[in-house]
Design a protein around this ligand. Structure first.
Ligand SMILES: Cc1cc2nc3c(=O)[nH]c(=O)nc-3n(C[C@H](O)[C@H](O)[C@H](O)COP(=O)(O)O)c2cc1C
Length: 320
């Protein structure tokens, strides 16, 4: 491993998904050529991710992105435990390019509506290629999960500290200095400029509570219409004892399989985090005993454009 190769690999791996797009993974090249994978402590979500499970899943997704980008250059990546680090990576020659490599930079979270009635052929491809997803494609099942998502989301948004933390990662105007760098910008959230201004006001402490008393908070946080426009939902589950880092690696691959099948998706992780919703989703999708719902993707053929990716430059991902 050389500094140049590390930069080349990170230029592609940085497009890996991360919770709220906080991009918590840092990489340090050691004198012996191994790469330490580090957690950026200033990027923790103390409220939304108190146990650090989503941060670990994000690290797993980033390392999977790294391994895929390395494979294109002929390198296999081996992982080993390291003190005070997420993991340590060692590269050795002899890899053939990962078939998911061409989707690493084009995969995107798409939060807008889908083209109704389209995507059946793509879904059949996905069902045949990705064993890690349980598909729900009947209208009743999709509608039931759409309702669960709205109820669980509203429960979460009612927590003021959660809203404040989320707001701190929202970039509601292109004038925000971090609009193209990290977090969730209005374009990524599929909000028009006017909707973005409205969201910024509605989520404020005090305002949200008043809207909630007037029965208006549900319509603001709800996304059932968009969920119901999906060609299908794909439930991503994990063995209850699977380490979150490994879950993150599989999660990224499953999402790249969705992109390879020609579909776009958005995960709805509240459906895994909210115990009541997770139990109901598990029943609807037939998640086996001993497994837990991690997230549910809504997927389909996008009716609008995919957002531009917002990412930190490579130099900021390299730890001294
Ligand atoms: C652990 C994890 C949880 C996520 N949960 C959600 C979610 O609940 N809702 C959502 O819209 N996106 C969710 N995402 C997607 C991220 O917000 C997204 O990957 C990030 O903003 C980067 O954008 P991109 O996927 O378009 O590259 C999650 C991603 C990860 C890795």
């Amino acid at each position: 491993m050389t500094p140049t190769l590390l930069r080349e690999i990170l230029a592609e791996a940085r497009f890996s998904p991360s919770v709220h797009n906080v991009q918590p993974t840092r990489w340090r090249l050691q004198p012996d050529g191994e790469v330490l994978v580090l957690d950026a402590p200033d990027r923790r979500l103390a409220v939304g991710d108190p146990t650090g499970r989503d941060a670990l899943a994000s690290h797993g997704a980033a390392v999977e992105g790294f391994a895929i980008a390395a494979s294109v250059r002929g390198f296999t990546v081996r992982l080993s435990p390291a003190e005070d680090a997420v993991t340590k990576l060692m590269l050795s020659p002899g890899a053939s390019p990962d078939p998911l490599a061409s989707f690493l930079q084009t995969r995107r979270t798409y939060r807008g509506p889908f083209r109704e009635g389209e995507g059946a052929a793509e879904l059949a491809t996905l069902a045949a290629t990705c064993g890690d997803l349980l598909l729900v494609d009947d209208a009743d099942g999709i509608a039931a999960v759409a309702r669960l998502n709205d109820v669980a989301s509203l429960r979460t948004f009612r927590r003021r500290p959660f809203r404040l933390e989320l707001l701190s990662w929202m970039r509601l105007s292109p004038r925000h200095p971090d609009w193209g760098r990290d977090g969730l910008n209005a374009e990524a959230m599929s909000l028009s400029p006017a909707e973005a201004i409205g969201a910024g006001v509605a989520l404020r402490p005090g305002v949200f509570e008043v809207l909630d008393r007037l029965g208006l908070a549900g319509p603001i946080t709800g996304e059932a219409d968009v969920v119901r426009s999906a060609a299908a939902l794909a439930v991503f589950a994990a063995a209850a004892d699977e380490p979150p880092f490994e879950t993150g690696r599989r999660w990224h691959r499953a999402w790249l399989e969705i992109a390879r099948a020609g579909l776009s998706a958005a995960p709805m992780t509240v459906l895994g985090d909210d115990p009541e919703a997770a139990a109901e989703v598990a029943r609807i999708a037939g998640v086996p005993d001993g497994a837990r719902v991690v997230t549910v993707f809504r997927l389909g053929v996008p009716a609008g454009p995919l957002p531009e990716p917002a990412r930190l430059p490579v130099e900021e991902l390299i730890a001294p």
